[in-house]
Design a protein around this ligand. Sequence first.
Ligand SMILES: Cc1cc2nc3c(=O)[nH]c(=O)nc-3n(C[C@H](O)[C@H](O)[C@H](O)COP(=O)(O)OP(=O)(O)OC[C@H]3O[C@@H](n4cnc5c(N)ncnc54)[C@H](O)[C@@H]3O)c2cc1C
Length: 383
Amino acid sequence: MEYLRRDVLLGLGALLAGSCASDRRASRAPLAPTAVDGPPQQLAPPDLRSAPPFEVVVGQRPYRRGRVRLELEWLRGRPWVHNYGHGGAGLTLALGTALEVRRLVGDHVAPGAAVVVLGAGAVGLASALELLRGGYRVSVHAEHFGPRTTSAIAGGQWAPSLVAKGDDAESRALYLRVLADSRRAVHGLLGRGAGVHERSNFAPEGHGASLLDVPDGVLPATVALERLPWPGTSGPGWARRTYLIEPRPLLGWLERQLHAGAVPFHQRRFDSAEQLDTLPADAIVNCLGEGAGALLDDRELRPLRGQLLHFAPQAHPWLLSYADGYVFPRSDALVLGGSVEADRPGLAPDPELSERILARGREFFGAGTEFGGVAAADSGRRR
Ligand SMILES: Cc1cc2nc3c(=O)[nH]c(=O)nc-3n(C[C@H](O)[C@H](O)[C@H](O)COP(=O)(O)OP(=O)(O)OC[C@H]3O[C@@H](n4cnc5c(N)ncnc54)[C@H](O)[C@@H]3O)c2cc1C
């Protein structure tokens, strides 16, 4: 598969380099041969037929109405920096919001001070690492770490999906700064064992809006395609270079950096805001994700349930978004997504929903239904 990976990237790289940087509606460019050794005219489709998914995972995206809460508040005599509500974009934005946390803490507390980070998902761990780099004495407190967080459930696409950006100019400017910072920081993790890989993300025309919404200065310009590159698919589409962020490797990498910096981890559940007052710290950084809703009575948090199917890994070097679904081939699983459900609490997999997700994927690739359904896998591991 290695040659395919190189071809896809080189081929699209050539297309991207040749496209007008500011024109998203560039004339459609087929995956034509390049001067190198030619990109493939077609890509191999994923195999969604020969074996059922080995697990079905469910998570609640910490969506916050209005905007991500990224601000400083003085609470009972000490600074709190809130950093939660990243919705369906926590992997995408974690490193950028962490830089903002460091700036906000730095405005009020000098390096060397004790800072408690609440939460050990991608957002909390990334914030803790930035504070460690800033010279603070950091500790992390959370009920769950690594694989048991919502962050470990994420699909792995770098795209600002299902996240509120705010309506006013100030919020929009903050969002754009965080987005650009995040992209730069994610790019800096390439080849460092953090699960970050460059990928071309394909989508049929009219779909994948969250990635199209990224300004051209942040990601390379979108390339319009006369048709999508898989047999059985038809119709125009587009491709854009972005990143695959594998959740578990990223979380593992962040944890390793913090362990190397001797940052203590405390496993603990907080059931009331008063308990937080007892924490010995000069500043508190709140990265509780969905947990911030109940603990701080933030009624803007409206979690969005998501269910994903994990198939045995397949080495495809691309990402794909389509109507109500996506395919993200990762090293630990081929991820078939997914659902977006408001006001549906809980983490139990829904077998009928799994069937619909699978049917959508097969329909997209024009595939049959050779093995039965996915119900047998619904008892699979979840967080
Ligand atoms: C199905 C699905 C697909 C997704 N796909 C993507 C994707 O492709 N790309 C992307 O960028 N994002 C994606 N996301 C979104 C991403 O997973 C979240 O935005 C991200 O996990 C938020 O990270 P976080 O650290 O804020 O929250 P979490 O990972 O939920 O971490 C919260 C932390 O706070 C702790 N905590 C909470 N309450 C308490 C309490 N009371 N006491 C003690 N500790 C507490 C938890 O134990 C945990 O450590 C997806 C999400 C889902 C569900």
